[in-house]
Design a protein around this ligand. Structure first.
Ligand code: KIV
Length: 271
């Protein structure tokens, strides 16, 4: 923690240095100014404006519906609340697949309009051209392999990926490809811990795991899950640090009671 406090601003180079010195990288999502400010002030290294905003902020079942404009709205609010962490923003579904020119345009909009520091894209070989084109504009790119929620209709379920040898082999190749073309880090989501460790040892760039065990170079969780705001989502990998759903509900119940019973406001709470 003390090491982190000394750093004024986390950059992609800081993360590389962390990997080389064996310092684990902490990453959480945020989608708005107020939360981002708290998360940043607590010493997080990377804030991801994830397209999980589609689930936790907008109530959609998947990450597919969120738009580029909506991601820019969330990201610009987050950037205003952050002074230390590296802010990475997801390119949403449909804004980069299959067309490297529109991938570049989407990434430029995120950097320019939101003031983000980097973008994240899901996939390996199939999005190589898009990643390369974004990198030519000097925009840092984080990869994302394993369970890639934008492909949920291809996978059919949110179960652990790359358990079979062929898929594990493809994931290793994709990770090496992303490193070779210039990604600064790769998220590994919901894959066996042994595979995640193998990939992390093979790559020179940092890996950030979610449901991928302790052998990755860093960890990421969705903020609303680890704070216990999302109540029903209980995957094995999730550690809940607070139970805010109940805490907030109790606070609101108390307020309702106080208003109804004329206990609020009292004499000191008026002009
Ligand atoms: O959108 C998101 O929150 C993510 C993390 C789960 C890595 O991509």
């Amino acid at each position: 923690m003390s090491v982190h406090k000394e750093i004024k601003r986390i950059t992609t180079h800081t993360l590389q240095e962390f990997k080389e010195s064996g310092i684990k990288i902490s990453m959480l999502t945020s989608y708005d100014f107020s939360m981002a400010r708290i998360v940043d002030s607590a010493g997080i290294d990377v804030i991801l404006v994830g397209d999980s905003a589609s689930n936790v902020m907008a109530g959609h079942e998947t990450t597919l519906p969120i738009t580029l404009d909506q991601m820019i709205y969330h990201a610009s609010a987050v950037v205003r609340g952050v002074s230390r962490a590296l802010v990475v923003v997801d390119l949403p579904f449909g804004s980069y697949q299959g067309n490297s020119k529109s991938a570049l345009d989407s990434a430029i909009r995120i950097m320019k309009e939101a003031g983000a520091h980097a973008v994240k894209l899901e996939g390996g070989a199939e999005i190589k051209e898009s990643v390369e084109r974004i990198l030519t504009a000097g925009i840092p790119v984080m990869g994302h392999l394993g369970l890639t929620p934008q492909s949920i209709y291809k996978f059919g379920t949110y179960t652990v990926r790359a358990k079979e040898e062929a898929e594990a082999q493809k994931l290793m190749e994709d990770a090496q490809l992303l490193e070779s073309i210039g990604c600064f880090a790769v998220v590994l989501e919901k894959i066996p811990a042994t595979l995640a460790e193998k990939v992390s040892k093979k790559l020179h760039i940092p890996t950030i795991g979610i449901g991928a065990g302790s052998g990755t170079d860093g960890q990421v969780l969705v903020l609303h899950d680890m704070l216990g705001i999302t109540k029903e989502f209980k995957p094995r990998f999730l550690r809940r640090y607070l139970n805010l759903y109940d805490e907030i509900q109790n606070g609101v119940k108390q307020y309702v009671d106080d208003v109804k019973s004329r206990n609020f406001p009292n004499k000191d709470e008026q002009y």
